[in-house]
Design a protein around this ligand. Structure first.
Ligand SMILES: *Cc1c(COP(=O)(O)O)cnc(C)c1O
Length: 390
């Protein structure tokens, strides 16, 4: 006898619904088993090379280096740009902590730049202002690290122009935006180099992993060299500088190749969640879909709403708590880095937008692995919440 239908029902009711859980199935299993059976279990192997070539081709860049995480890719990207102690790195305050942490690893000082009030992306005017002030004060800005927020590219047209004007290299944090584009140019193809993340909650995953993309062959080979303990080509391993152990393994690259082959399908599923939420909140006063005015170029990684409590009559946390009671995950938008205790002493160019978005935003379940039953549970729960407040 199998589990009773009552047991099944209990499980389906109490099963937690995450914002973005890994979407892996039979194809991923086949690829990983193939990698295991091929004997290429020691870190490097043919899947790493193939995965790099496939992602580079997808993003339209010449070179890719598969790494152990997006954070490692940021770190090595900065090191390869020559960023070190005494330098300033301008970055988005609206980001996940990894961006700022990687800057700290180099000994440089992160300087946070606020965002556009609607898209949450780095505000180019504020970036230009910060660069003008810092260069007037004779301070050295070694890099700019803009962050593509929740699957939408920053305004690279403006940011690249400003970076060029000041002669500062751009390292693009595209951890959240694989599959998105800016005016037809693919995420991951901007700046001197771009980085991707394949962490478990991202648009596609290798369970944990990342990549650095660049058109600059010398840049890519330097990153590859640093990621494998900076070994000089000698049988006895000659070392002339400090390296890192940041390379991606062949098993995980196999998983990544299966995921990449399904990327468009997974983006299409996430797009449907965006459409659903749009319909669900269409007639709700004071609620907007975050950044959706332009969602043509999005990869729909996460869908969030922005709530004006004075119009809606409720706070985003009211809905968050209500969903939480039914084991449905939701979360505020990233808490801006300049508000984080660990970065409180660092400078920032602020306009109030990121703080407002942190107060008013709520990210909703958006993963491509959500089942129809889970989607129904989320919709019903939100529907009840809105009904009670009509
Ligand atoms: C996830 C993420 C990272 C870090 O990637 P990991 O692979 O988790 O190290 C960096 N930047 C942003 C914006 C991210 O969302």
């Amino acid at each position: 006898m199998g589990p009773s239908s009552a047991t099944q029902r209990i499980r389906s009711v109490t099963e937690r619904i995450y914002m973005s859980s890994p979407d892996v199935g039979v194809l991923e299993e086949q690829f990983v088993v193939d990698a295991l059976r091929s004997g290429w279990v020691a870190p490097l192997g043919p899947h790493v090379d193939a995965f790099e070539a496939e992602v580079a081709s997808r993003a339209g860049v010449g070179h890719a280096v598969a790494l152990s995480s997006g954070t490692a890719a940021l770190h090595l990207g900065l090191v390869t740009l020559g960023v070190g102690s005494g330098d300033i790195v301008l970055t988005s305050t609206m980001t996940f902590v990894a961006t700022a942490n990687a800057i700290m690893y180099t000994g440089a000082e992160p300087y946070f730049v606020d965002c556009d009030p609607v898209t949450g992306e780095m505000d180019p005017a504020l970036l230009a202002q910060a660069l003008a002030e810092l260069s007037a004060a004779g301070e050295h800005v070694a890099a700019i690290v803009p962050v593509d927020l929740l699957g939408k590219c920053v305004d690279y047209t403006s940011i690249e122009r400003i970076a060029t004007e000041y002669g500062v290299p751009l390292l693009a944090d595209a951890a959240e935006s694989l599959g998105a584009n800016h005016r037809g140019r693919a995420a991951g193809s901007f700046g001197r180099a771009s980085i991707l993340s394949f962490n478990g909650n991202k648009i596609m995953t290798t369970s944990g992993g990342g990549m650095l993309l660049t058109d600059d062959e010398a840049f890519a080979s330097q990153v590859r060299y640093l990621s494998t303990q900076a070994r000089q080509p000698a049988v006895h391993y000659e070392h002339t500088e400090i390296g890192f152990n940041y390379r991606m393994s062949n098993l995980l690259a196999a998983l990544g190749r299966a995921q990449l082959s399904r990327l468009d399908e997974m983006i299409a599923r996430r797009r449907l969640h965006r459409e659903r939420y749009k319909a669900l909140f269409a007639d709700v006063p004071g609620v907007e879909i975050f950044g959706a005015a332009d969602d043509q170029h999005d990869n729909f990684w996460l869908t969030a709403i922005v709530v004006d409590p004075t119009v809606a009559g409720w706070e985003p946390s009211d809905l968050g708590d209500w969903l939480g009671e039914e084991a449905i995950e939701s979360r505020p938008l990233w808490k801006p880095m300049h508000m984080q205790p660990v970065f409180a002493d660092h400078r920032a160019a602020l306009n109030g937008s990121s703080e407002a978005l942190f107060r008013t935003g709520l990210t909703l379940p958006s993963g491509s692995a959500l089942t129809p039953d889970q989607v129904r549970r989320v919709d019903e729960r939100i529907g009840k919440f809105l009904e009670a407040r009509r």
